[in-house]
Design a protein around this ligand. Structure first.
Ligand code: SF4
Length: 180
């Protein structure tokens, strides 16, 4: 949506929006990093997400308190961005070499294209409890759509059946570790 601004005197607007998004993301990630009681992230990139959050917390959490000064947090995000992006159906632990939403020679490869995310297939995906809940909600909707599957033509029911199978298998494969 911002392409119309690129290369014009208004292109600074895009930078401003991205800076605000980075700050908001940094605040959320700092809170996550400071929360010692939260469930561990699961998924193919769950361990990497935890490592990045722990490293980010080294810069943003002091005596259990998250840095609240905006200017300071902006500087920290600029220098130590963990490149973790919270989404609805998955949390992106961005690594451009593994990204399915980008081509390797993409000039904008510095960040993911969340609108093109393929959370079930990408190795950059981690799962928060909210992500699992959203995926389970998606499963329920698919089940409702398939409730009368015998009345649906095979070509109509094929896609939701595939999605259901893939989503259920993904959730089973990446179930969270039981709490100790
Ligand atoms: S496909 Fe999704 S998880 Fe993978 S890099 Fe892109 S946004 Fe991140």
């Amino acid at each position: 949506m911002f392409e119309g601004y690129a290369g014009t005197s208004d292109s600074g607007f895009r930078d401003e929006v991205e800076a605000e998004q980075a700050l908001a993301r940094g605040q959320l990630l700092a809170e996550l990093g400071a929360d010692e009681d939260r469930p561990t992230l699961a998924g193919p990139a769950g361990a990497e997400a935890e490592a990045r959050l722990a490293e980010f917390a080294r810069h943003t959490v002091f005596d259990g308190q998250v840095v609240t000064d905006e200017a300071r947090l902006r500087r920290i995000v600029a220098r130590h961005d963990p490149h973790v992006y919270l989404g609805t159906f998955g949390t992106c632990v961005y690594n451009p070499d593994r990204a399915l939403c980008r081509t390797s020679n993409d000039p904008g490869a510095g960040q993911p294209v969340l609108a093109d995310c393929q959370p079930l297939a990408c190795r950059n995906t981690a799962l928060t409890p909210a992500n699992r809940q959203a995926l389970n909600g998606h499963l329920t909707k698919l089940e409702e759509a398939l409730a009368n599957r015998d009345r649906l033509a095979p070509y109509v029911r094929h896609r939701p059946e595939e999605q259901h199978r893939e989503t259920a298998a993904f959730l089973a494969r990446h179930a969270p570790e039981p709490a100790e």
